[in-house]
Design a protein around this ligand. Structure first.
Ligand code: ZN
Length: 488
């Protein structure tokens, strides 16, 4: 789209050459709101071109903005000239009879333009024979201080920037996993392999550093980060664009910039309360066990989180065991840190309704509240909504299937831990579990937590891995609206 806009700019630029001359005499500083429109009109496209329109030549076509502000023009011109030199240097290395030609280009979009700040998004491409590089970068300018704004300067401090990066990282992970999941050319095994292969590059490419976050487009509604091809995934994925609602990151930005981007203050105060939880989202490692080759059991805990859940998480962590927590929305909202620990320590979080209603007996509106609000709370804390549900009491009907649009996870072993509050009895019953099974338990009873070390010890002796629901089902995809009580 912006290529079309650009073309119009170029045509206008060519037609208005005389006006351009006049504008050059205007004062370079414009500080009040009335001038905003004029500023927009005043930006023109300067294009450097080598090689003409003929692709049989080495070709260079770089546009850069020309504004009322001399400090911007100088900076942009210098950058474009450096790019041109790089092109000329590469071209000079090739002999006249080389089998390929070099094409370099730059385009830009205006992404911020007001009396305080001007910003551009640049796309630079370099085609050298069979390599094709495409680089995105945003450059913002403070019009009052007359200087470029570094990415980090938008944030309150480096901690705020780290927190921003973590939120974007979580979104990027969802996006990439989605792309992998929807790739019809990949088998289930390939899909796991692809994520495993790229996860290290992903973590490096999304880590909090100005170099990784060089293309950020801020607006009142949403904030977008563009990661270059190869930066966080294999080249075939191309560039990866990640979006987040700006009110989710507003509390991390300096107040000056909030005003400039027109982000309302009221939402920021809400955010500050949640900030400590928000900034700790991490990406746990996945797919450590292949459930099709090794005996696995999925240990599941319902009705939490509770005062005992952190103790349970300690036990699981010491033993490198994973579990799935079917949590209640209302409790998740209170114990956010516990929920975040679950996610960060590699456990899975499922939906167990908002407050443990029998979902078969509620209205559609109530059903939507029970399911969607629970997902929303968990998404707010961990950046990821649950994609599995266990209805309270295992009670569901067609409405529950239709509204939840999630696989329904039941169990095939119930140790009746709610009935017999005795750790030894509960442990003995749990030890009847078989490979591929799903064990039901409740992390709201101290005796259940006390039974877990014995159960884990037993599983280890048997060579059984304790895994999440997703890991248990591994490559056999869970289908929405279907029920599962074990891996077949
Ligand atoms: Zn329950």
């Amino acid at each position: 789209m912006y290529r079309i806009i650009l073309a119009i700019f170029i045509i206008l630029g060519a037609c208005q050459n005389k006006t351009a001359q006049k504008n050059a005499d205007k004062p370079e500083e414009l500080n009040n709101n009335e001038e905003t429109t004029l500023l927009t009109d005043s930006i023109r496209v300067h294009t450097l071109q080598i090689g003409g329109e003929n692709t049989d030549n080495h070709n260079f076509n770089a546009s850069y903005p020309e504004t009322f502000f001399e400090f911007i023009n100088t900076n942009e011109k210098n950058i474009a000239e450096e790019f041109k030199e790089e092109f000329e240097n590469e071209a000079s290395k090739l002999s006249a009879d080389a089998t390929y030609k070099i094409h370099f280009g730059q385009h830009f979009e205006l992404i911020a333009n007001n009396p305080a700040l001007m910003g551009f998004l640049f796309e630079n491409y370099r085609s050298l024979g069979n390599t094709y590089d495409d680089i995105f970068e945003t450059r913002y300018y403070d019009l009052k201080e007359k200087r470029p704004i570094a990415v980090i300067d938008f944030f309150k401090d480096s901690k705020a920037f780290d927190s921003f990066a973590k939120q974007i990282q979580a979104q990027a992970e969802i996006k990439i996993k989605d792309i992998i999941q929807n790739d019809a050319n990949l088998s289930a095994d390939d899909k796991k392999q692809v994520w495993n292969t790229l996860s290290e590059d992903f973590l490096t490419g999304t880590a909090a550093s100005p170099k990784n976050y060089k293309a950020i487009v801020f607006s009142k509604e949403k904030t977008q980060v563009i990661f270059d091809k190869y930066q966080i995934a294999t080249g075939s994925f191309g560039k990866i664009e990640v979006e987040i609602a700006t009110d989710k990151i507003a509390s991390l930005l300096k107040n000056d910039y909030l005003n400039i981007f027109g982000i309302p203050q009221a939402k920021i105060e809400e955010q500050i309360k949640e900030e400590t939880v928000q900034e700790e989202v991490r990406t746990p490692k996945e797919y450590t066990v292949d459930s099709s080759k090794q005996p696995c059991i999925a240990l599941t805990f319902d009705d939490g989180p509770s005062i005992y859940t952190d103790k349970l998480l300690d036990i699981l962590k010491e033993n490198d065991a994973k579990a799935t927590f079917f949590v209640l929305g209302k409790s998740a909202k209170i114990q956010k840190k516990t929920i975040l620990r679950m996610k960060n320590e590699g456990h899975q979080i499922g939906n167990h309704s908002w407050d443990h209603k029998d979902l078969k007996r509620v209205s559609i509106a109530e059903l939507e509240h029970q399911i969607y609000d629970t997902n929303e709370v968990i998404r707010d804390i961990t950046s990821e909504a649950p994609h599995i549900i266990r209805p309270p009491y295992g009670s569901f009907n067609q409405n529950v299937k239709d509204v939840s649009k999630m696989p329904i996870i039941l169990w095939n072993l119930d140790p009746l831990d709610w009935k017999d509050r005795n750790a030894d009895i509960v442990a003995e019953r749990m030890k009847k579990a078989k490979a591929n099974g799903i064990v039901l338990a409740h992390d709201i009873h101290k005796t259940t937590i006390d039974a877990i070390p014995e159960f884990i010890k037993w599983a280890k002796q048997k060579g059984i891995h304790l895994v999440t629901i997703d890991e248990l089902f591994g490559d056999s995809k869970l289908e929405n609206g279907k029920t599962y009580s074990s891996r077949k």
